[in-house]
Design a binder for this molecule. Structure first.
Ligand code: ADP
Ligand code: ZN
Length: 620
């Protein structure tokens, strides 16, 4: 057995390495530099934690972990200590005496992993400490987590990360490992450049997250749909609901709370103390639903988030994938659920069209939006498309809405031509701006007051689309927007009201000439049979028999108490999956706990007896 494997088993209680972990760890233990691209939940932490322990055991000293968020450091250090590893952090939550104490331990070689924020690491005082360690050969490794923060094009840019380039020169002989879940070429190039990792070995994992089920539905009544989704499939479970605006976050959170769900709002406009309090509750309590803008998420490595819901469409696939990736890091079944509608497409399109970015940049943004729309409108496997977007070939997955319930397809080319002609004629006839509803009325032959007022019932396209439902026409319009056959312009009317008016765009020509078919998914009916009944057991315990279920619930109650005493999130004490495995085995002796994943030697020593006692509670 290699030292790395025995650390994995003894300290962390896991049997086998996952994917490329073994190769990465081997490389870093040997002193190599590495850049690790692995999806969220892939198991990045062990890639530097195990080398840190191995190198410390070999007398090579301490590993410095650069981490951007205090909450993250706190939880990671808590989890390591639970596993019996000498870990500590230096950050602004410590008073000067505590900080001094950590520095003293550092100098005396008592720390295996030290977590610190980038600005702390590059401070003169800290560099002084590192210099001393270096002279004594006691600087084992630098691990740079969330390495994409160095990229100024990314959404998490942290200028302090760029200063980390000095580590390469100043500690040239100390190996460095940088890790991120952001996959695209541009970010990768920025990391290599910004952190001086030109000589590092690159490890790229598959970005597939097989336990996440992707579902994308048409938006009808967002709140009712969301509420149904949560109560039917994820009652009592933790999840994140992403919205595009702050106002929407507040409305949704309020509405869910009114419906009796444990929902909390989070966006950048809320007072810092409230944001912190809500985040803490999300991390520490069971079953909180966080309703948030994209301001929420980075560094939230809560493993048991059971669903990520998008009630508004994000801007691109990168964002969508990063956000949905926060579900199911523990490898248990999780849902990525999105609803989107014509208005989403119109809004996103208009924001691009009317933004003041350079035209070339707008073209890139439109391309990215179109790729996401194509995913949403796809009739084939969602995962295959997602992975293809990241350059990975795959087979249909069997675990997305389209694989599970293949949608029927209809030819919307005729409806598309009718809509395009109407858009053209309305504009030609009046030169004025009209909203979507008005356009629909004309095509569907509804002679409303407004239609009469402008004489639009006399247009040659009036009533041409009477054979289609409004829903079908909206689906066709989404496609036309996605293909660049229709553009959006916001026009201010007298009195300050604004309408989003549709215009013909260059892509219209091919559709009008019948050169391109418009194939659409049949408007789906109610959601086909849901996976789980109301009140069904949580994902981790779904396979357990009735007695084991009771033990699982008792173990969770006991864990909640331990977590409170240690001021740590419950999952840091034990993962759900570990509790479920214990409940299933029904141990009566300490030896029975051997080989349960997540039950390392230290945890067994610390909690084994208590676990046995909980399992002995009568099952009534
Ligand atoms: P990432 O940082 O890549 O999002 P983490 O390091 O937080 O992922 O790991 C995700 C989850 O997978 C954690 O709960 C971790 O304990 C677990 N894990 C990591 N490696 C293994 C392994 N080899 N066997 C079993 N579980 C693992
Ligand atoms: Zn699929």
């Amino acid at each position: 057995m290699t030292p790395a494997l025995s650390i994995l088993r003894e300290v962390f209680g896991y049997e086998q390495f996952r994917g490329p972990q073994a190769a990465i760890i081997e490389h870093v233990v040997q002193g190599g530099d590495a850049l690790v691209l692995m999806p969220t939940g892939g198991g990045k932490s062990l890639c530097y934690q195990i080398p840190a322990i191995a190198r410390q055991q070999a007398g090579q000293g301490v590993t410095i972990v650069v981490s951007p968020l205090i909450a993250l450091m706190h939880d990671q250090v808590g989890a390591l200590r639970e596993a019996g590893v000498a870990a500590a952090y230096l950050n602004s939550t410590l008073d000067w005496q505590q900080a001094l104490q950590v520095e003293r331990q550092l100098a005396q070689g008592e720390i295996t992993l030290l977590y610190a924020a980038p600005e702390r690491v590059v401070s003169e005082r800290f560099l002084g400490l590192l210099d001393e360690l270096k002279v004594r050969g006691q600087l084992a490794l630098f691990a740079i987590d969330e390495a994409h923060c160095v990229s100024q094009w990314g959404h998490d840019f942290r200028p302090e990360y760029q200063q980390l380039s000095l580590l390469a020169a100043r500690y040239a002989e100390v190996p460095r490992i940088a890790l991120t879940a952001t996959a695209d070429e541009l970010t990768r190039a920025d990391i290599v450049q910004g952190l001086r990792l030109q000589g590092a070995r690159l490890f790229i994992s598959s970005f597939d997250r097989p336990n996440i089920r992707y579902t994308i539905e048409e938006k009808k009544e967002p709140l009712a749909q969301l509420q149904r989704f949560i109560t039917q499939e994820h009652a009592g479970e933790a999840g994140i609901v992403y919205c595009q605006s702050r106002r929407r976050v507040e409305e949704m959170a309020q509405a869910l709370a009114d419906a009796g769900l444990a929902a909390l709002p989070y966006h950048a406009g809320l007072p810092a103390a409230m944001r912190q309090a809500h985040q803490d509750r999300f991390l520490r309590e069971d079953g909180i639903v966080m309703v948030a803008t994209i301001a929420f998420g980075m560094g939230i490595d809560k493993p048991d988030v059971r669903f990520v819901a998008h009630v508004d469409m994000p801007k691109n696939i990168e964002g969508y994938y990063q956000e949905t990736g926060r579900a199911g890091r523990d490898g248990l079944p999780a849902d990525a659920w999105m609803i989107y509608g014509l208005q989403d497409v119109v809004n996103q399109r208009r924001m691009i069209d009317e933004g003041d970015a350079a035209e070339e940049f707008k073209t890139v943004l439109r391309g990215k939006l179109d790729a996401l729309l194509a995913l949403a409108e796809a009739t084939g496997c969602r995962r295959q498309r997602l992975l293809a977007y990241f350059g990975e070939a795959s087979e249909p997955c069997g675990n997305c809405d389209n694989c599970l319930h293949p949608p029927a397809v209809w030819d919307g080319s005729d409806a598309a031509r009718k809509l395009l002609s109407t858009i053209y004629r309305v504009h030609e006839a009046s030169g004025m701006a009209f909203g979507l509803g008005h356009l629909m009325d004309i095509v569907r032959g509804q002679a409303t007051d407004k239609v009469r007022q402008f004489g639009h019932e006399r247009l040659s396209t009036f009533n041409l689309g009477a054979g289609y439902t409004e829903r079908q026409l909206r689906a066709v319009l989404r496609q036309l927007l996605a293909r660049g056959a229709v553009g959006v312009r916001r026009v201010l009317l007298d009195g300050g009201r604004a309408v989003d008016t549709l215009t013909l765009a260059p892509g219209a020509r091919a559709v009008l000439r019948g050169e391109e078919a418009i194939l659409l998914r049949e408007a789906s009916g109610a959601r086909a049979t849901s996976r789980r009944r109301r009140g069904a057991p949580p994902a981790a315990a779904a396979h357990l028999g009735p007695d084991a279920q009771v033990r699982f619930i008792n173990l969770k109650a006991w864990r909640a108490q331990v977590a409170r005493e240690h001021n740590l999130p419950a999952y840091v004490v034990f993962l759900d999956a570990t509790l479920a495995a214990i409940a299933e085995r029904n141990p009566t002796t300490l030896a029975d706990l051997d080989g349960i994943a997540g039950m390392g030697a230290k945890r067994c020593q610390a909690y084994g007896e208590q676990v046995l006692q909980v399992c002995r509670q009568p099952v009534t």
